[in-house]
Design a binder for this molecule. Structure first.
Ligand SMILES: Cc1ncc(COP(=O)(O)O)c(C=O)c1O
Ligand SMILES: N[C@@H](CCCC[NH3+])C(=O)O
Length: 425
């Protein structure tokens, strides 16, 4: 059975993450439980840092981890200690970055709907750049910065109208998507931005989508962006950085062709060489996706005339990706068993939705009480979890060699309705 991260190994039939046997974690913390590997997070970050250090155009580059992929404070703290910056999309994410020891001067702020309050919060924190996604957002930011007596550093997020060849729900750089400023309108908006008293034009940004395994759309997008950079320079608008966004994909299945980070970055850095522009990037999934897994327990085996269901204690509220995108997560037993026949199972949760599945047609030898690990669940797993069906969200644990840290305790039911109130008598 395929294990998708080198930190994940099987020793005497027991699955280990780094030096920790996962059945012991399930016993100690219960399931469902997300488990992350510090070594895998570090390795993924270093892949970027090393590729950048090895290229002349990578000097002074900033890797801004996209917080939305997994916003646990311990994960943010691991990246902050490695020198990362952060890509945020809300005031809430900014608060998390600061609570985790992140440097506000390394924060870029993306998102199509920034409120005035969020702009104020980010200006007061002193973030590095606002990735402005529309003309009205630019005007609002100019006004808010004016009230505070500040100049807001900005990039325009330009929509290059490039097909990233990924799932349509996670494509962001096509002209029919809501993201960014239309390519044809960007030059005029830059010209106007340059006249605004409380705006400092500093860079340009583009992010074309997520889970992209073919690097060629990134090159196509950068070519368009650099053409625009040249036209702006000719009008006297000099930019200091190019933000190439995130979006590099990971392996969810054994035969997914996951590009190496350097093979994705080098062609982009080659194009940036000698231009005097520093590079910023916003990877999310690639830094955390294969550093995390979700542990769950089989509650019941339930064969019917058509299918065999394995009903587990994790559900779509814990991991929404299968229900939302029909996404595949590799499911493997935590402890292998040889005393039950392998069968084809539908792995489903307890939530009252037919769409509540975690995997279709999985060949597994199972008995009630067995633990399963859903791999590649570090990105957009816990971050997109919900309390649907009044299900407390999972615990989160980080392993570090042989050490184990509980980095978020399981929610209690009382916490779920603590903010609610009965009507008066
Ligand atoms: C603006 C922005 N930057 C970065 C990311 C991170 O993307 P990924 O996790 O695919 O690297 C996203 C999400 O797609 C995004 O919307
Ligand atoms: N949530 C998506 C990715 C969206 C990226 C956010 N811009 C996923 O799980 O694949």
């Amino acid at each position: 059975m395929t294990l998708l991260a080198p930190e994940l190994t099987r020793i005497d039939g027991r699955l280990h993450l780094e030096g920790v046997a996962l059945d012991t974690l399930a016993d100690q913390y219960g399931t469902p439980c997300y488990v992350y590997s510090r070594a895998a997070l570090t390795r993924a970050y270093r892949e970027y840092a090393d590729a950048l250090a090895a290229h002349p155009a990578g000097q002074g580059a900033l890797v801004c981890y996209a917080v939305k992929a997994n916003s646990n404070l311990a994960i943010l703290n691991v990246f902050a200690r490695l020198g990362a910056g952060f890509d945020i999309v809300s005031g809430g994410e900014l608060a998390r970055v600061l609570a985790a020891g992140g440097d506000p001067a390394k924060v870029v702020f993306s998102g199509v709907g920034k409120t005035a309050a969020e702009m104020r919060q980010a200006l007061e924190a002193g973030i590095r750049c606002f990735n402005v996604e529309s003309a009205p957002e630019l005007d609002r930011l100019n006004a808010v910065a004016g009230e505070l007596g500040k100049r807001a550093p900005i990039s325009l997020r330009v929509n290059p109208d490039v097909d990233p060849k990924t799932h349509p729900y996670i494509s962001t750089g096509l002209k029919e998507n809501k993201f960014g400023v239309a390519f044809d309108e960007a030059e005029a908006l830059y010209a106007r931005a340059a006249t605004l008293p409380h705006i400092a034009v500093t860079g340009i940004d583009c992010h074309i989508g997520s889970q992209i395994l073919d690097p060629s759309p990134f090159v196509e997008a950068l070519d368009k962006i650099l053409g625009l950079v040249d036209r702006l320079a000719a009008r006297g608008i000099a930019l200091h950085h190019v933000d190439i966004g995130g979006g590099l994909g990971i392996r969810y299945q054994a035969d997914d062709a996951e590009p190496k980070v350097r093979d994705y970055l080098n062609p982009l850095l080659d194009k940036l060489a000698g231009r005097g522009l520093s590079v910023v990037m916003e990877p999310g999934r690639r830094l955390v996706g294969n550093a995390g897994l979700l542990l769950t327990t089989v509650e019941f085996l339930k064969p019917n005339a058509a299918k065999s269901f394995a009903i587990v204690d994790a559900a779509m509220n814990d991991l929404a990706r299968p229900a939302l995108y029909d996404a595949w997560h590799e499911i493997v037993p935590v402890v292998e068993r040889s005393d039950a026949p392998a069968r084809t199972y539908e792995i489903v949760g307890p939530v009252c939705e037919t769409g509540d599945f975690l995997g279709h047609d999985r060949q597994l030898a199972l008995a009630p009480g067995d633990r399963l690990a859903l791999q590649s669940a570090g990105a957009y797993g816990m971050a997109m979890s919900s309390n649907y069906n009044t299900r407390p969200r999972a615990a989160e644990v980080m392993v570090d060699g042989a050490l184990v840290h509980l980095v978020r305790r399981r929610e209690t039911v009382a916490e779920l309705y603590a903010g609610e109130a009965l009507l008066p008598k």
